[in-house]
Design a protein around this ligand. Sequence first.
Ligand code: PEP
Length: 251
Amino acid sequence: MKREFIIAGNWKMNKTVEESIDFVKELDNKIEVNDRVKVLIFPPFTSIYSIRNLSDKIKIGSQNLFYEEKGAYTGEISPLMLKNLVDYVLIGHSERRGIFKELDSDINKKIKTALKYKFNPVLCIGETLEQRKEGETFERIKKQIDEDLKGLKEQEIKSIIIAYEPIWAIGTGETATPAQAQEVHGFIRELLNEKVENPEDIFILYGGSVKPENSFDLLSQKDINGALIGGASLKIDSFSAIIEISCKIAK
Ligand code: PEP
């Protein structure tokens, strides 16, 4: 089983352009990565242009992408605007689903658009606390996988990175235990097995209050291929510590 990781930071609506530049320069100085660990940052749109070429060790992604190229879509970001600036796009984050009411059908269109424009989509899925308590976690995950990936060819599905983010663990300080996370990651892998050959090649990241203290145990789980990190990606010390831990396991 390969032990390669993607360690991704989602900055959400944090950091000015100047703060982003300083952060990337400092992180670049601080981290040593091997070819089994990819470091990725999703900054605000305003910072993308200024930081995109600052480090060979850090790849840049967009936090969103709209499914139309241009027109009357105030506040949205077009694939044409992101082309040549980023390689990755985050799609279906729980804050987009929850606060901005994105539906699985929107997310499916965004995934198709991302693939059309040759971005690597990072698809976020996950259940609410209520759904977990009601025993509906697997049902919810299956629905999201089926609807978000609807109509995609096998090769397209293989190019997607999945991020499992239990909504109850995002920004709450509450993390899924390694066993809870592995259980759902294993289930996602099984679902992907029905759609593609060699589903073990697909990266499935865990997200939800990942920090240096819990990252070793989470990343040691066999179906966890990296982390999507919110709060802890905003500080050099915590983000670089998680990267360092992943490099040790990836060796
Ligand atoms: C996220 O924003 O995707 C996330 C997982 O946030 P946090 O690490 O702060 O829980």
